[in-house]
Design a protein around this ligand. Structure first.
Ligand code: DAH
Length: 339
């Protein structure tokens, strides 16, 4: 029995020493020390021993058990320490490494200038309105005093979807929608995309942006129009900006005008930016035509108002002296990063 115990001791210790996995280590414990283990079954046979031998073998068996337990727990500690070390190494973070800078995006120049324009008008008490880009002919033209045979229609090459549905060629239909659906007074601007069937070149694009403005109340006069738009120009281009109003024609306003600003590049002397004119055209405007008011169920004998419309691309191009409209749509980072 002594020999068996010694053999168990040697065998178990050897196995524990050479073991390289925590799981196998547990198998070794079960094999020798478990309820049905080798050591346990030897101890079961102790009843057959003489009274003299029993304490000696008993003491040896305890020693063997302690030895095996010891070998297993030493190995267990070694293996789990090694595993922890590997894990630590893999998860190590070098806090002295230089960080990876994330490139921040920024607003497109069209959006930057639109935001500025919105802020200026919001500061004057305007609200922002919007309307659909797919529009009825009646809103885009008819109710704006441009019946089917009106020559002004030819100047706006229209994308028709059906005979009566089109891509809006201007933001002016939003005026009609707002007048039909709001209580008076009205004081809105409506920025948005508009479409015209133009060939792409340095000054034309089938998609561009306009900003529409509309003010309706009692006693609104041409002087309100001029005062509002002159202040707008001064806010956008600087307080010394000089404006002038030239007579013009739009079917939905009477009288109509275009507003120019004195060229901010040459101060009015004439240069490349203003094409030698000394003035730069900024927007179209006018007093809302009584027919348009009536089309929207507003009594022109009680109410009056003014409207204006401007092209966003034009304003951005003139402001930054950009000579090709396409640059604003191609999204070349080298161009955009300059703003
Ligand atoms: N819708 C006009 C255009 O596309 C611009 C315009 C002119 C709008 C005068 C207006 C206005 O509201 O009063 O050319």
């Amino acid at each position: 029995m002594k020999d068996t115990l010694e053999r168990i001791r040697t065998c178990a210790k050897e196995l524990a020493d050479s073991c390289s996995e925590l799981k196998t280590l547990d198998d070794i414990r079960v094999r020798f020390l478990g309820k049905k283990g080798e050591l346990t079954s030897v101890l079961r046979g102790m009843g057959a021993l003489s009274a003299d031998e029993r304490p000696i073998i008993g003491a040896l068996a305890n020693e063997v058990r302690a030895d095996i337990e010891n070998a297993i727990s030493t190995k267990k500690k070694m293996l789990s320490d090694a595993a922890a070390q590997i894990k630590l190494k893999a998860e190590k973070i070098d806090v002295t490494m230089p960080g990876k800078a994330k490139k921040l995006g920024k607003k497109h120049p069209l959006t930057q200038v639109l935001d500025e324009i919105k802020d200026i008008f919001i500061g004057m008490g305007f609200q922002i309105a919007s309307g659909p880009e797919v529009e009825y002919d009646s809103y885009n033209f008819e109710k704006l005093n441009m019946p089917k045979d009106h020559p002004a229609r030819d100047t706006q090459d229209t994308f028709y979807i059906t005979e009566n549905i089109l891509l809006r060629t201007q933001t002016s239909p939003v005026q009609v929608r707002v007048m039909e659906n709001s209580t008076l007074p009205i004081k809105i601007i409506a920025p948005g995309r508009v479409y015209r069937s133009d060939e792409v070149d340095a000054t034309h694009s089938p998609l561009f942006h306009q900003i529409e403005g509309l003010v309706i109340d009692r006693n609104i006069r041409m002087s309100d129009l001029k005062g509002t738009l002159d202040l707008f120009a001064k806010r956008l281009y600087g307080k010394d900006t000089v404006t002038r109003f030239r007579p013009h024609h739009f079917s939905f306003t009477e009288p109509s005008a275009e507003m120019d600003i004195c060229c901010f590049s040459c101060g009015g002397k004439g240069c490349r930016l203003c094409k030698g004119e000394g003035w730069i055209e900024i927007l179209g405007a006018g007093m809302v035509h009584p027919k348009v008011l009536r089309n929207c169920n507003i009594d022109p004998d009680v109410y009056s108002g003014f409207a204006f419309g401007m092209g966003l691309e034009r304003i951005v191009m003139r402001r930054y002296n950009i000579n090709d409209l396409r640059l604003l749509f191609e999204n070349d980072q080298r161009f955009l990063n300059q703003f």
